[in-house]
Design a protein around this ligand. Structure first.
Ligand code: FRU
Length: 494
């Protein structure tokens, strides 16, 4: 089947067929990881939205379960959209999600496990009180822009808090609700945060991160030694942006730090394709894990032909950088279980204008770590101060535009004659890692400080015909200090 389906991934999460978008309600319950997602059970394009569900003991191999949430009551009859799980202090997972009612209004609903002793959480019961939050004539909520509830947290006053993404005109809003019992919710006058000119905020995510530690924090913990992260998926640009700041518990407002900017000019989780992401606290391993949806780059026609659309990024551990100014991400350790047949190289000079093939790897499904050593910094190109947009700069000065210190890096999913290739490269740098999985390339640069994900659809470099090369298209030579490449086994997914 890989012959007919060269783009189906070996270890990135995807359902057996049809359309998938946002990750929903990721959690660990009784030692089992749960992953839910927005799913169209009928077609390869968005629509008829229900939740899909898979469970895992290692976040790598998954067992699919039946549809846990589908339209069945007036408050979700036109769709079961995105939502999040909260593990209550009594250990029970509650899920808040957006339902679409018969008037196509967006409202918030609650589901709870039917049988909390089932670690696979196969059956869910909707609250008879649904919807718990809805747009009304009084509350001035925009009924077509009111969705994607977050994981809730508990204040010192014993009341729950949750935020919902919204907008008024062009101002993005994180609407705040409070509740004593998780069922009756009251809207706060003031949003947790808002920003003019940013448009609709989809899939907000609000969570604490420790200062000076890679250990994760439960959203329920109101520790002093933390910073807060507010992530927003901007509907206008389809990118996930975040700010780092403080949360004032008495006023119930979040304020980004100076220099941490809201909206389009702020920091992104990923500078390629990565959207509607969501984190959860893994209480078994004390880490915070990030899931993100990777849409296709192909045409709808091609998606219909191949019968599926959308994959999930490898789950990433995420923590606050020592600087306190940005987050750092790295693929979960467990993914390394799939590594086989290591190839190692070290201290290898890569002359200006040269290409080196890395042999004996299944180049279409691989994991590569590479670090370069650069000495002749004096020879580096001068950066024009007008080049303030890295994405634009990279597209103008691509891998085929010769420089002096670089471009150098890897050519992945490359065909033998290199007519087809995807370059992942630097023009000066420090440390790097890359995951190739047939139609997706995820790269983690500078130890996870900048991540770039791309969908790639080679026609020649598929199956056994894919090659992997290191290249240097600069005039100066650079040194591959260390390269380790592994072929990746297939995970069990669908
Ligand atoms: C984000 C999103 C959410 C919504 C869901 C519907 O991709 O538009 O705002 O809940 O997808 O599938």
């Amino acid at each position: 089947t890989t012959r007919q389906q060269p783009y189906r991934t070996g270890y990135h999460f995807q359902p057996a067929k049809n359309w998938m978008n946002d990750p929903d309600a990721p959690m660990i319950y009784k030692g089992i990881y749960h992953f839910f997602y927005q799913y169209n059970p009928k077609r390869t394009v968005w629509g008829n939205i229900v939740w899909g569900h898979s469970a895992s003991t290692d976040l790598v191999n998954w067992i699919p379960h039946k549809i846990p949430i589908y339209p069945s009551q007036p408050s979700d009859i036109n769709g079961a959209w995105s939502g999040s799980a909260t593990i209550l202090p009594n250990g029970k997972p509650y899920i808040l999600y957006t339902g679409i009612n018969p008037r196509d209004d967006q409202v918030q609903n609650l589901v709870v496990p039917k049988n909390a002793s089932d670690p696979y959480l196969r059956d869910w019961v909707k609250s008879p009180k649904n919807p718990l939050m809805a747009p009304t004539a009084q509350n001035q909520i925009n009924s077509s822009s009111f969705r994607d509830p977050t994981t809730a947290w508990l204040g010192h006053d014993g009341r729950w808090r949750v935020i919902i993404g919204s907008k008024i005109h062009r101002e993005g809003l994180a609407i705040l609700y409070r509740s004593k019992d998780f069922v009756h919710w009251t809207k706060s006058q003031r949003p947790l945060h808002s920003a003019k000119g940013t448009g609709m905020w989809e899939c907000p995510d609000f969570f604490p991160v420790y200062i000076n530690s890679q250990i994760g924090v439960d959203t329920l913990v109101l520790d002093k030694n933390v910073k807060y992260v507010l992530k927003l998926s901007l509907d206008d640009t389809k990118h996930d942006y975040y700010t780092i700041g403080t949360y004032n518990q008495t006023k119930d407002v979040y304020t980004p730090d100076k220099g941490s900017v809201d909206g389009d000019s702020g920091l992104r989780y990923d500078y390629g394709k990565f959207y509607a992401s969501k984190t959860f606290f893994d209480s078994a391993k004390n880490r915070r894990i990030l899931w993100g949806w990777i849409n296709e780059s192909s045409s709808v026609e091609d998606d219909v032909k191949k019968g599926w659309s959308g994959v999930q990024a490898i789950p990433r551990s995420l923590w606050l950088d020592k600087s306190g100014k940005q987050l750092v991400q790295w693929p979960i350790k467990e993914i390394e279980k799939l590594r086989v047949n290591p190839i190692n190289l070290s201290n290898k000079e890569l002359k200006g204008g040269s290409v080196l093939e890395v042999p004996h790897v299944t180049a279409e499904q691989a994991d590569i770590e590479i670090s370069f050593e650069v000495s002749k910094f004096g020879k580096a190109e001068v950066l024009d101060p007008r080049w303030t947009n890295p994405q634009l700069l990279c597209s103008q000065k691509g891998a085929s535009v010769r420089g002096s210190l670089g471009p150098f890096g890897l050519l992945v999913l490359a065909s033998k004659g290199m007519q087809e290739r995807t370059a992942v490269f630097f023009r000066i740098f420090k440390g790097h890692n890359k995951y190739i999985d047939r139609s997706i390339v995820e790269s983690f640069g500078g130890g996870g400080k900048s991540c770039i994900t791309a969908r790639v659809y080679p026609t020649l470099a598929i199956n056994g015909a894919a090659h992997l090369y290191a290249f240097n298209n600069g005039t100066e030579s650079v040194k591959i200090a260390r390269l380790s490449a592994w072929s990746m086994k297939k995970a069990q997914i669908s």
